[in-house]
Design a protein around this ligand. Structure first.
Ligand code: HEC
Length: 146
């Protein structure tokens, strides 16, 4: 088989694109956060509440309490039994980006997570939800680029 130079470039650049993909391949929400609709985000968060409490000091449910999640380490609570996949990420923080990837597709972002949730595919819905989650803190993490 003969491969010409143009075909080779296409092959190589698609290999590079695949290897540099964000871990669940969700479109970035960073530019949307400042204008996000926090009230709409709070409604989307009802999807999480069968498994998560949001208030400061509230007990864990099937999933861990999410107060102050953004800017905290993965698997940060001592009183919750995380999956080993989540525990393995303990030294990394939940940023706007990592949360965006995780909420887009939990299983692809963190293989082996025990969060049984398909994810939120709509980028606007994710931005609104994450803007709402940001408010669950005594000192919310600055928005990206601020
Ligand atoms: C069916 C139950 C369920 C639903 C619904 C659910 N989660 Fe989870 N979530 C879990 C479980 C269980 C874990 C622990 C995952 C692990 O240890 O791998 C988790 C973990 C998390 C974590 C990591 C917390 C930490 O301390 O590191 C975040 C963030 C999170 N969920 C956000 C959400 C958001 C936001 C929603 C709503 C869009 C949601 N979850 C919906 C069960 C759920």
């Amino acid at each position: 088989m003969k491969i010409n130079a143009a075909a080779l470039i296409v092959i190589i650049s698609s290999l590079i694109a695949a290897s540099s993909m964000a871990y669940a391949d969700a479109p970035s929400i960073n530019a949307m956060l400042a204008k996000a609709d926090i009230v709409a985000g709070e409604k989307t968060a009802h999807n999480c509440q069968m498994c998560h409490s949001f208030g400061k000091g509230e007990p864990n449910k099937t999933g861990p309490n999410l107060w102050d999640i953004i800017g905290s380490n993965h698997a940060r609570l001592d009183n919750y039994n995380y999956s080993s996949s989540m525990k393995a990420l303990h030294d990394t923080k939940w940023t706007y980006d990592t949360l965006n990837q995780f909420l887009y597709s939990p299983q692809s972002a963190i293989a082996g997570t025990k969060m049984a949730y398909p994810g939120i595919k709509d980028t606007n819905d994710r931005a609104n939800l994450i803007a709402y989650l940001r408010t669950l803190s005594d000192s919310p993490l600055p928005l990206p680029g601020k």
